[in-house]
Design a binder for this molecule. Structure first.
Ligand SMILES: *[C@@H]1O[C@H](CO)[C@@H](O)[C@H](O)[C@H]1NC(C)=O
Ligand SMILES: *[C@@H]1O[C@H](CO)[C@@H](O)[C@H](O)[C@H]1NC(C)=O
Ligand SMILES: CC(=O)N[C@H]1CO[C@H](CO)[C@@H](O)[C@@H]1O
Length: 138
């Protein structure tokens, strides 16, 4: 009888150890199951922020008037030599100018210095306050 108890106890111990190692492994596999979802959401963020940056530039562009666009194009052309003349001639809105500078890596989410300077020079510092500052501080 005592030997049956002994083996029962031993069996329970074995089962218990098994149970613990299983749950330990499963909890760790749960952790590793969580990180891909975290990675997915964090890799989504830059995309939406990129999109938001584009939206911000688009919204900002709509506030730039005709004369201001002419000044902006002149700055990017003959003054700072950022955009070739041929390209400038095709640009009908400020957004085209910003898009070009963005593709040229002169403007980026974490690099809005040039953009701010251009806006200041066309006397639209208000747009820096209204669009760029809120975006950068987000
Ligand atoms: C649990 O995981 C460890 C290391 O990841 C492994 O060595 C062990 O064999 C696993 N145990 C079971 C019961 O799967
Ligand atoms: C741009 O304007 C749209 C429509 O007015 C607005 O819904 C959106 O939030 C604005 N986005 C940014 C980044 O300013
Ligand atoms: C790694 C590991 O131990 N996985 C186990 C998790 O739990 C299920 C049952 O709930 C087992 O089938 C797995 O082997």
């Amino acid at each position: 009888l005592s030997s049956i108890r002994f083996y029962t106890a031993l069996l329970l111990r074995i089962l218990l150890v098994h149970y613990i190692s299983r749950t330990t492994n499963n909890s760790s596999s749960c952790d590793s199951g969580n990180s891909p979802t975290e990675g997915a959401s964090s890799s989504k963020k830059p995309v939406s922020r990129k999109k938001e940056f584009g939206n911000m530039l688009f919204n900002l562009s709509k506030e730039i008037g005709k004369d201001e666009l002419i000044s902006l194009k002149r700055l990017c052309g003959s003054v700072y030599d950022l955009i070739p003349k041929g390209d400038l001639e095709k640009m009908e809105q400020a957004y085209d100018v910003f898009q070009f500078l963005r593709e040229d890596m002169r403007i980026a989410i974490d690099n809005t210095e040039l953009l701010e300077q251009l806006l200041k020079e066309i006397r639209r510092k208000d747009l820096v306050e209204k669009y760029i500052k809120p975006f950068v501080s987000k």
